[in-house]
Design a protein. Structure first.
Length: 249
């Protein structure tokens, strides 16, 4: 059985003081639920959030990691550093990192392999097409190619642990959401392509989220789609009440 995961992506928002105020609010609202929740915060907020959410059931994630063990990589953070803090999740290949920081399918694959081989951290792999690709009708081809390259040389056992976030670039931070049908259709294609790479058992275990302008007003209809097991939430995750409404979809 796949347990839905609602993960917030704070991007480059919130100081530690603001993060702790959010954590205090969220903890008081987060009760018994069959849904997992997590916040992926900037590096400097991770240690404080791990402590603040301790025992609450709310997970904490990073937004990136380097694939090398250690070395002369100014400005980067290694997997060991994240393990030491005790994070539960790590976003890999967010479209903003692909677009602005030179992340490629190859580095995404290296990061996934590093996380899966050397830690218990759950990677949240982001894939998605841009508007030109959707308009050209090649979105399925584009996303399935991203999946294939991301999962290269990853065992079935490890593949089953990956969370995939389908995030059409044209829907991120734009207020324009994919229709539940568009999102559900792509998530089904993603599952099919994982089945093609592995087998039914493996693809059945993979959590597939939708991300792109998810908010309390549209969360229910998106989450109602059979193939969608959760959401990666940007803007709306900055407000504890809105985030909680999405968790309670
Ligand atoms: C994201 O950053 O992953 C995202 C989906 O952002 P938003 O919800 O703001 O579109």
């Amino acid at each position: 059985m796949r347990i839905p995961l609602i993960a917030g992506n704070w991007k480059m928002y919130k100081t530690t003081e603001e993060a702790l105020a959010f954590a205090k609010e969220l903890k008081t609202m987060y009760g018994d639920t069959d849904v997992k929740a997590a916040i992926c915060a900037p590096y400097t907020q991770l240690a404080a959030l791990v402590q603040a959410f301790s025992g609450s059931g709310i997970g904490v994630g990073a937004q990136n990691v380097h694939f090398e063990e250690e070395g002369a990589f100014t400005g980067e953070v290694s997997l060991n550093m994240l393990k030491e803090i005790g994070v539960d999740y790590c976003i890999v290949g967010h479209s903003e990192r692909r677009q602005y920081f030179g992340e490629t399918d190859e580095t995404v694959n290296l990061k996934l392999k590093k996380i899966l081989t050397d830690s218990e951290i759950t990677p949240i792999l982001c894939v998605g097409e841009d508007l030109a690709q959707r308009d050209a009708g090649i979105e399925q081809e584009v996303v399935c190619a991203q999946i294939e390259k991301a999962f290269a040389e990853i065992s079935a056992e490890d593949a089953a642990k990956v969370v995939v976030a389908y995030e059409p670039i044209w829907a991120i931070g734009t207020g324009r959401t994919a229709s539940p049908q568009q999102a559900g259709e792509m998530c089904a294609w993603i599952r099919k392509s994982i089945e093609g790479l592995y087998d039914v058992d493996t693809c059945d275990k993979v959590i597939i989220q939708y991300g792109g302008s998810v908010k309390p007003e549209n969360a229910t209809e998106i989450m109602d789609m059979d193939e969608i097991d959760g959401a990666l939430v940007g803007g709306a995750s900055l407000d504890s009440s809105k985030f909680m409404e999405i968790v309670n979809f």
